[in-house]
Design a protein around this ligand. Sequence first.
Ligand SMILES: Cc1ncc(COP(=O)(O)O)c(C=O)c1O
Length: 497
Amino acid sequence: MPFDSSLNDIKKDFLGIATRYRVANGRETCRHYLDSAASTLEMKCARQIADELLRHYANTHSQAHFSARIVNGAYDWAHQQVLNFVRPGDLRRHIACLAGAGSTALLNRLARMLTARRPERDIVLVSLMEHHANDLPHRKHARGVVHIPLTGEAPALGAIDLTALERLLEQYRDRVNYIAISAASNVTGIVNPVHGIAALAHAHDAWVVVDASQFIAHAPLALSDNGTVERELDAVAFSGHKLYAPGSPGVMVVRQILLEGQEPDELGGGMVDDVSLSNYQITGYFPDREEAGTPNIPGAVQLGAVLNVLQRIGMGSIHAAEQRLLRRLLTGLLAIPGVRIYGDPDLDRTPRLGVVSFNLAGLEHGLVAAMLNDYHNVAVRNGCFCAHPYVRELLKPELWELDLDPDADDADALIKPWQGMVRASLGLYSTDADIDALLNGVHDLLANPAYYRAQYQGDGAGNFCHRSFTVSAKSLFDPEAMLDQALASLSVSTDVL
Ligand SMILES: Cc1ncc(COP(=O)(O)O)c(C=O)c1O
């Protein structure tokens, strides 16, 4: 179907873009949500499809009644949207599997399955910039993990160092089972050349597992960039909640041949042809074989709807719009003395998506994030973003200055308030006003550091609490009270009846 609405219309169709909170100076203002790398806001039109489906809700393992047929059709449609989105050269070569609550479950599953498939290949190469979800599962299941270094020098590190990667592939010749890399970092947004890495991997008979959690909603990602199998990604995982569909499952697209002939990792209902007391026969049909148990049907359909909308808009224009905002954010931050940006900020040399992590000279990341929230209604994340090795690598020069050893095995040796950053990240709904609010907040804090520091109390673990301005989450959202209200209105309408 042709799509008449522009990107601008879709930008307005998100739940939560108009959420308002009262800030420390007493004014009520609109929240500036710059935490999309953690979770994106919900695309309303996609949610609407899932809500509509709920009127027909039934289990996908039922078959005979109208609702079961509707739900099965919609669930299959969701898988098809995933495959359409990553455009496999040959639809029969890859399967889409929806499971878990994010990419973590599927990255763990891939680590287990790929290790079991070729136990004789005992090494997995993992980049130094990975989220823990694409590092720890491989550490747990592979016999050895070797980390791939990055280009450049901290704090301006770049993408994966391809020369170093080639050297590692040679050094561990015939031993590397697969390479696990992110398409884009959740700390810096820096993009890795995943198809080039796939070609390198394949030349050494290794596979490539790509964590696309931070990429998929922000730029076009085809399984192969030139249609050849050499440059085709073997497995891609991502999370629906980072794709404008909170509450949706994780996704894995994987070359079917990597799963065939091996017992699935999880067993249960809906994926067997027959079971006797002494035996069971698993269906040969994909993806059912890989999706034991009742799936998250509304979440899957919501996710499928988002992917469909994004495709209609065109990932190229979504990427271009985000890059414009990213340049505004980077240029604005780079122009402020006292701001240190992590990862190479030169977008022409080192492509990145809409994620920027930074620190302000002499101010703890926890204090900066608290102040931006409390005074400017800017929602950012701070800390190490579940990527401790990468964050430490980026912070090395600062930690050395503080006489701390970033390579020490003892994590306690690093003082928390200094081990971390502030991260601003963009989504489809982000605006110039969001970026300007952040820049304004940074200017304000750097102009009055003593004043703001005096307003806060640190807990020694990196968190900062305002001394006089407190807002309890319950005063803004009390599920019990809301339920009371909902039930009261239910009895009012029943009374009328
Ligand atoms: C790059 C990356 N990979 C994996 C994950 C894990 O995703 P989830 O928590 O949805 O499983 C995240 C989450 O922040 C991420 O940013």
